[in-house]
Design a protein around this ligand. Structure first.
Ligand code: PLP
Length: 371
């Protein structure tokens, strides 16, 4: 199987699995237990928190473990509205449903007014419009993702954060597609809340974390226990947290090598596809884009479902967009960039484990499809 769906999830790194094993088999104590078995696990958990915090240049008390990034996004958006007196949520139509749905739910319940920042046909956020919205709405929470999971667009979150700061707004960024892949300096980044999901950087599924800036704490989404300093109740998924930490350390330590590999692969992929197929066009902002995501529209509008199915039959896995939206007929992101929502779209998402030879196989398979 050739795997080009790394924005949906990445394969587990064997080194991560090795780090997790002792916490599945030997160190099984509950970190909240006061006996030696529990205390030993608690120490490992706090070491993990410290390690993530030091890589992000924040304090370990600002890192909270969650079951995934969807939970973290929900906890932040709902909790901030509940606790921080937020009256307006400013977001964009290109956000993941894990941001859009909680924001829409709060608006439907009359708890906030929802405002969408304009974007252009490549999906670039209109910062002038964001500033206007900020100036005309006090007590706002801004939620703008760092990088878009369907298009690969990277947003200027430092600039957005500065605008929020100048206008006394809180700033949350869904950083799922960049956490582990980018360097964050939270001492300097004007960002109040960020999230991560381990399975996007070769860690296990079902675990993530949120960064919550000190003094910007909110009410818990999950209550009923004192874990995670009462911000997220429930026994911690210890082995997965250890695995996520190992994956995060590896991703950060190997960031330069991985970047070179991914840049080379993406540029080869783009050159091969653009030189051979007139029927493909690239979606998204070309100059500010992730090295691992390429979104393409197919014209004449072939159904991407048939294409993806044929490629799957040949052992090539890629997707039409977000895995979380699978089953949906159209993509809200494609709609937001004014593309025909039913047009054929494919997303090729790479990891450091892909090779040029795999790209050659994909190109050959596409040639057979389009001939
Ligand atoms: N936000 C973005 C941008 C994503 O790409 C995803 C997953 O694809 C999520 C949120 C949800 O993450 P999780 O799978 O950890 O719930």
């Amino acid at each position: 199987m050739i795997y080009f769906d790394n924005a949906a999830t990445t394969p587990l790194d064997e080194r991560v699995f090795e780090a997790m094993k002792p916490y599945l088999l030997e160190h099984f104590g509950n970190p909240s237990s006061t006996h030696a078995l529990g205390r030993q696990v608690k120490v490992a958990l706090e070491e993990a928190r410290k390690s993530i915090a030091s890589l992000l240049k924040c304090h370990s008390s600002e890192i909270f473990f969650t079951s995934c990034a969807t939970e973290a996004n929900n906890a932040i958006i709902k909790g901030v509205v509940d606790k921080m007196g937020v009256k307006h949520i400013i977001t964009s139509k290109l956000e993941h449903h894990a941001v859009l749905q909680p924001a829409e739910d709060l608006a439907k319940r009359g708890l906030v007014e929802l405002h969408y920042v304009n974007n252009d046909s490549q999906g670039a956020i209109d910062l002038g419009h964001l500033e206007e919205l900020l100036k005309s709405h006090e007590c706002a929470l801004v939620s703008i993702m760092h990088a878009n999971n369907e298009l690969g667009n990277v947003n200027a979150i430092e600039e957005i954060g500065e605008l929020c700061k100048q206008n006394n707004a809180l700033f949350h960024s869904d950083t799922v597609q960049t956490a582990g892949h980018n360097v964050f300096d939270l001492e300097k980044f004007p960002i109040d809340y960020m999230v991560a999901s381990a399975h996007k950087f070769h860690g296990p599924k079902g675990v993530g974390f949120m960064f919550v800036r000190k003094e910007k704490r909110f009410s818990p989404l999950v209550s009923g226990g004192a874990q995670e300093k009462e911000l997220r109740a429930g026994t911690e998924n210890v082995a997965s947290i250890i695995g996520m930490t190992e994956a995060f350390e590896l991703a950060q330590n190997e960031i330069d090598v991985n970047e070179v590999v991914l840049k080379r692969l993406k540029s080869y992929l783009v050159d091969e596809l653009m030189s051979r197929f007139d029927c493909l066009t690239i979606n998204g902002t070309v100059d500010s884009s992730l090295n691992n995501i390429l979104s393409l529209s197919i014209s004449p509008e072939k159904t991407s479902t048939m294409l993806l199915f044929s490629l799957d039959m040949k052992g090539i896995a890629l997707s039409g967009g977000s895995a979380c939206g699978s089953g949906a007929v159209s993509s809200h992101v494609m709609e937001a960039i004014h593309s025909d929502p039913k047009a054929g779209v494919i997303r090729i998402s790479l990891s450091r484990l892909n090779t040029k030879e795999e790209i050659d196989v994909l190109v050959k398979a596409l040639e057979e499809q389009f001939k």
